[in-house]
Ligand binder design. Structure first.
Ligand code: HEM
Length: 184
């Protein structure tokens, strides 16, 4: 029974962690785009975004990560046999990338606060696609395990995810260009 409790809270942790990661980088987009505002709005906005980012990272995102990892350790402790599964080792590699992304976002947050980050809103929008890819791959591995199908349906789903990510980027770019035309 404890295995189910660990799994339930593992999944709750994943939802909280990803909600935090997606919203954090969205705030980075607004933070970077605040540079286009005149003073004093620029300073007020940047200070406000810095506070929101710090609270989101420390109160939602990092605790979500800790709950996910702690519950995963619980799952493995209750059922150590699972460590022999090949899919779990591949999942470890992608989770390691996710952890690197998490701490990298923490570094960007500190640089934005110091005014020491030259990234544009468009670059942050592109960065925000990375956790989407990791989420899809990790969930696929966790659900299909060693029988992950590599047939046409899977590739169609992969193509759909890529097309969705690309269209979000293109739509954001179009909106930015339209806005630039309006301000000229
Ligand atoms: C330290 C990192 C992680 C470890 C060691 C880990 C390990 C595990 C284990 C042992 C299970 C139980 C599998 C089963 O009962 O068949 C599980 C389930 C699951 N994990 Fe993770 N996990 C980690 C991170 C993540 C992350 C980051 C995500 C999402 C992006 C994720 C998504 C899932 C899902 C969706 C399930 C449920 C699969 C199912 O029951 O069909 N895990 N995980």
């Amino acid at each position: 029974m404890s295995y189910y409790w660990f799994k339930a809270f593992h999944l709750i942790g994943v939802v909280v962690w990803f909600a935090g990661l997606f919203y954090l980088v969205r705030l980075f987009v607004y933070h970077a785009e605040a540079n286009q505002q005149p003073e004093p709005a620029q300073t007020i906005l940047k200070n406000q975004y810095a506070i929101m980012e710090k609270r989101l990272y420390n109160i939602i995102t990092t605790p979500g990560m800790i709950v996910t990892v702690a519950m995963a350790i619980g799952l493995i402790t209750v059922e150590p046999e699972i460590l022999k599964s090949g899919w779990l080792h591949i999942k470890f590699a992608f989770v390691a990338l996710l952890l690197i992304y998490h701490f990298y976002c923490g570094r960007i947050m500190k640089r934005l606060e110091k005014g020491d980050c030259n990234w544009t809103g468009q670059q942050f929008r592109a960065l925000n696609e990375a956790p989407t890819v990791l989420l899809v791959v990790i969930v696929m591995l966790a659900v299909f395990k060693d029988s992950l199908p590599l047939d046409l349906t899977t590739w169609l789903i992969v193509a759909l995810v890529i097309a969705m990510a690309a269209s979000i980027q293109l739509y954001a770019k179009k909106r930015r260009l339209d806005q630039e035309k309006l301000t000229l």
